[in-house]
Design a protein around this ligand. Structure first.
Ligand SMILES: [Zn+2]
Length: 315
């Protein structure tokens, strides 16, 4: 019987600040990968450079021949059901046909998804949600994004823009958010927000500009709290309490078997997960408090890349 399983899948993780291009096996093994920093002026130049890297990788690893037919792409921005790209970070994507370009230049059939949904699929297929059929995934990094997969299907919404888990509004008078709203989870508990909240607290205590510059993001805040800085401890507790409240609301809405946190902030490990689990419980519906399963992502910086492999395999 003819075996339809491809030997290799081309995977792309296109992000605002960096991208990965990889050749992977269907079982999730990364055979070769290139990391590309976005130093380009606009989406067209960035995309052109990524296509050149694909070309190099194929030439180097498979002699330029298409020994396989599949590609998966995780794109770092909302994708409408009409296929239109809406990056919030890099202008000019909306006129670019990612799948069409990959098809025309390399003869590969490609499938495209929003990076939150694709990362969720990656963790479900190869990572922390392996063996399950549903997952809620959040990336807590410079922003907060995510994806929801219910019985193998991503939640897309009417326009393809669903599962913006960072934009649950917790406080009507809270800080301004990148989405145009106020008091969103992202504006309160992303890595960027955690750094900003500590700088605001220190500024209120009369700290110098030099002192404030030492806290660009969450990593430095976790370190200062661990070293005993009372202001850092107080701000971090408040941020984690807000994150826990948001996660509990998400749990109540989606009833997932597992919630997985990826991105930079969860790298704090137990310093994040222990208080989060404890703080979530009072906000979870009473009869479901024993059901909360919050886990760190397992695929590190390859959640989206491997999710793109899984996406290609589904097509
Ligand atoms: Zn928002």
């Amino acid at each position: 019987m003819y075996n339809h399983t491809p030997a290799m899948v081309l995977a792309l993780d296109i992000g605002g600040t960096k991208s990965f291009v990889g050749l992977c096996r269907p079982d999730g093994t990364v055979l070769a990968v290139r990391r590309i920093e976005n130093r380009f002026d606009g989406a067209a130049a960035y995309w052109s450079a990524l296509l050149d890297v694909v070309d190099e990788l194929l030439t180097e690893k498979v002699g330029g021949k298409s020994l396989f037919h599949m590609a998966g792409i995780g794109f770092g921005g909302p994708i409408g059901r009409d296929g239109r790209l809406r990056s919030l970070h890099v202008g000019g994507w909306d006129g670019i046909d990612l799948s069409g370009d990959i098809g025309r230049r390399f003869g590969l059939r490609s499938t495209l998804g929003n990076d939150g949904n694709v990362a969720a699929l990656g963790e479900l297929t190869y990572g922390a949600g392996r063996g399950l059929d549903s997952i809620v995934y959040l990336t807590v990094s410079t922003g907060i994004g995510g994806g929801v997969i219910e019985q193998g299907e991503p939640l897309l919404g009417q326009r393809g823009l669903a599962a913006e888990l960072g934009h649950i509004a917790l406080y009507p008078d809270g800080p301004e958010c990148s989405c145009g709203g106020r008091g969103c989870l992202e504006a309160l508990a992303s890595g960027t927000a955690i750094g900003r909240r500590l700088r605001e607290a220190l500024a209120a205590e009369g700290a110098s500009q030099e002192a404030l510059a030492a806290f660009p993001g969450a990593k430095e805040v976790f370190a200062a709290a661990a070293e005993g800085c009372p202001t850092a401890r107080r701000v971090l507790d408040a941020c984690l309490s807000d994150l826990a409240r948001g996660l509990a609301s998400i749990f109540n809405v989606f009833d997932p078997p597992v919630m997985v946190l990826g991105g930079g902030v969860p790298m704090a490990g137990d310093a994040l997960f222990v208080p989060l689990r404890r703080e979530m419980v009072p906000h979870v519906m009473r009869f479901r408090r024993g059901d909360v399963d919050l886990r760190p992502a397992q695929l590190g910086e390859y959640s989206v890349l491997l999710g793109a492999v899984a996406l290609a395999m589904q097509a």
